[in-house]
Ligand binder design. Structure first.
Ligand SMILES: C[S@@+](CC[C@H](N)C(=O)[O-])C[C@H]1O[C@@H](n2cnc3c(N)ncnc32)[C@H](O)[C@@H]1O
Length: 186
């Protein structure tokens, strides 16, 4: 069965992350990806998460609580992911970004090309050897295409001896469908 781009991101991360690892969720939103990560790293691991909206931090904390994730296994910051180096130290096994806006939230708060690119560049610095970075891209909303275009331009020039870059894209879906970019650090 073919996987959706988001499920594919989860599969790639699942194959990379071991219990006890430190991982990052760059866009907490409603905490679905953070919970997925927390379940992978277990009680000896750590999920560091970021969001610029307080309601996303609260929703993610509550998802952790409801699913029995211990407080010491996550650190969520009400801060932009572009500041991640102030909060997270490498080596990081996996970093997930799910761009765009908070579903059912304020659709005017979207990730922005400039800060997303800073965060992605910083992510590659702290990613461990053979660690993975996954980015869910949404070109369909206002501002989304510009952000995605700048990400594509950036990943295409990453040196092949240091990074493998793949994309996973629905080919026959209408209206600029969401797709996923994955980067592995050599
Ligand atoms: C598509 S949602 C994330 C979905 C989430 N991963 C989940 O599992 O529910 C995108 C999130 O990015 C957040 N965001 C926007 N700009 C940001 C930034 N500079 N740093 C961190 N989060 C940001 C938004 O507030 C929104 O909650």
């Amino acid at each position: 069965m073919l996987l959706s781009p988001l499920k594919m991101a989860h599969e790639i991360v699942r194959q990379t992350v071991q219990p006890g690892d430190t991982v990052i969720d760059g866009t907490l939103g409603n905490g679905h990806d953070a919970l997925f990560l927390a379940q992978l790293v277990g009680s000896n691991g750590l999920v560091v998460g970021f969001d610029v909206q307080k309601e996303a931090i609260v929703a993610s904390q509550s998802r952790m609580y409801q699913n029995g994730i211990h407080k010491r296994a996550y650190q969520f910051y009400h801060a932009g992911h572009q500041h991640m180096l102030e909060y997270a130290k490498g080596p990081i096994a996996a970093i997930m970004f799910n761009l765009g806006y908070l579903p059912l939230g304020d659709k005017s708060v979207i990730t922005q090309a400039e800060t997303t690119l800073i965060a992605l560049q910083r992510s590659l610095r702290i990613l461990r050897h053979k660690g993975v970075l996954t980015v869910m891209c949404y070109p369909g909303h206002p501002g989304g295409a510009e952000e995605v275009h700048s990400i594509e331009k950036w990943v295409k020039q990453l040196p092949r001896e240091y990074f493998r870059v793949m994309s996973y894209t629905p080919m026959n879906a209408p209206n600029m469908p969401a797709f996923m970019i994955a980067i592995e650090k050599n």
